[in-house]
Write a protein that binds this ligand. Structure first.
Ligand code: HEC
Length: 218
């Protein structure tokens, strides 16, 4: 008889031990053998502060504060250096907009160097979908991507430089945004190259300098 009673007692203990405390929250910290830096005297974002009078952990910057950044925070004179790409104050350059409207023409000066840079960046970032000539027949379209427009459609020939910049920056439909991969200066270089592609597909003999028209083969 003894073993039966002992087994019964053990089973009861085990059942109560496992199931009997369900639903109760244990106030103690879990046992952590390697706590690393999980517990440390710091504030979490949005947390309550017992230090500041207004009870907020996150402080409001003083009025007139201007963001600055970049790797190189201080100029030789020791003054903070404004990094325009960090503050992004210029709406035309960073958003392609003036007020609510897209700007018609690129804010940067365009020369052959800018175009070459735009060509290189375009071929890397855009041509897989848009094709090297911008006809919308990049390699990815052979694998099922649909809806890539040709830059040589009338509508896209007429949209503003600012809008192209906006599409590169923020994406559109199935096209993802490129603001983190491509710096603003390169985005404008690409805009210039897209314009060059459009011109190249719709040029007439009149666009060729007179003295070189003889070189054009019909
Ligand atoms: C992954 C494929 C893909 C890549 C890469 C891509 N695009 Fe697109 N792009 C699209 C698709 C799809 C659309 C059509 C979006 C829509 O209208 O829904 C589009 C639309 C556009 C348009 C037309 C926007 C309009 O107003 O209709 C422009 C301009 C454009 N892309 C430029 C670029 C440039 C410049 C790059 C490189 C920085 C680029 N795209 C990279 C897929 C891509």
């Amino acid at each position: 008889m003894r073993p039966v009673i002992l087994t019964f007692l053990l089973l009861t203990l085990a059942t109560v031990g496992v199931l009997g405390f369900r639903g109760r929250v244990n106030e103690n910290r879990p046992l952590m053998l390697v706590p690393d830096m999980d517990f440390q005297p710091r504030y979490n974002p949005q947390a309550e502060s017992v230090f500041f009078g207004d009870g907020r952990t996150m402080r409001t910057p003083p009025a007139g504060t201007i963001a600055f950044g970049g790797n190189d925070y201080f100029s030789d004179s020791g003054r903070p250096r404004l990094d325009p790409d960090f503050a992004q104050l210029d709406d035309r350059y960073y958003r392609g907009k003036s007020g609510k409207d897209f700007i018609a023409r690129s804010p940067i000066e365009i020369d052959l160097k800018v175009l070459k840079r735009g060509q290189e960046r375009f071929n890397i970032n855009c041509s897989p979908c848009h094709g090297r000539t911008g006809d919308g027949k990049g390699i990815v379209t052979q694998y099922g991507l649909v809806g890539v427009p040709s830059y040589h459609d009338d509508r896209l020939r007429k949209i503003t430089d600012g809008e192209i910049f906006h599409v590169i920056t923020n994406g559109k439909g199935l096209m993802s945004p490129y603001q983190y991969q491509i710096k603003p200066a390169d985005r404008w270089a690409i805009v210039a190259y897209v314009r060059a592609l459009q011109l190249s597909q719709n040029a007439t003999l009149a666009d060729v300098p007179e003295e070189r028209r003889g070189e054009v083969k019909p």
